[in-house]
Unconditional design. Structure first.
Length: 200
């Protein structure tokens, strides 16, 4: 194979070897894989939500469940950092949540919805986790969300319901004051609000 292909194969092999060591430690701690590539769908107020959970683990002694999402990124990610951030002045009420006395907002609902919708309902929701497979193989690890509880699960579900309601009602305004990733930023040099003023 060409050099770039050989380099990619070598990098993939390193990631898989590191993942195998982590998985062996998880198995030794009592965690067993019970489902992989688990599909689910849910009717969220008339909108059908489809999902595929990379993996569901169960602890052989306690019976505790985990929903696991693989992440092949340059750096390691924590579930809390990906899903929660500090509130902004324009944060809608349905996205607000108080976490350990701090005003937070939902920025992503993927793992919470996996935990709420992807497994059978229970009083204690499954623990969400990332299985990080970063470029730096020394950072390969399963990072759980140990503080995820029924209150967070309920808040995430209510946020998803509110978003679904706005989509059904075709309410897409006003735009957020600031977004982390804007694919259309180059089209609106003065922002979407500026474009709206020009149109009117």
């Amino acid at each position: 194979p060409a050099l770039p292909i050989r380099m990619a194969l070598h990098a993939a092999q390193q990631r898989l070897e590191a993942a195998a060591h982590v998985q062996a430690d998880l198995a030794a701690d009592g965690w067993e894989i019970i489902e992989a590539e688990q599909d689910f769908e849910y009717d969220l107020g008339g909108l059908t939500v489809h999902g595929k959970i990379d993996r569901i683990d169960r602890h052989r002694d306690s019976g505790a469940l985990r929903v696991v999402d693989y992440k092949t990124t340059d750096g390691s990610k924590k579930p809390t950092d990906s899903h929660l951030a500090a509130q902004r002045p324009d944060t809608p009420e349905f996205a607000q949540i108080n976490v350990a006395g701090k005003a937070k907002r939902w920025t992503d609902l993927q793992l919470p919805l996996y935990a709420v919708l992807g497994v059978a309902p229970s009083e204690t929701p499954p623990e969400p986790a990332y299985f990080n497979l970063p470029r730096a193989v020394t950072e390969t690890a399963l990072l759980p969300w140990p503080t995820f509880d029924a209150e967070l699960a309920a808040s995430a579900f209510e946020c998803a319901e509110a978003i679904a309601e706005k989509i059904r009602a075709a309410v897409f305004w006003p735009p957020a004051e600031r977004v982390d990733y804007d694919d259309f930023e180059s089209l609106f040099h003065d922002g979407v609000e500026g474009w709206k003023e020009m149109e009117s």
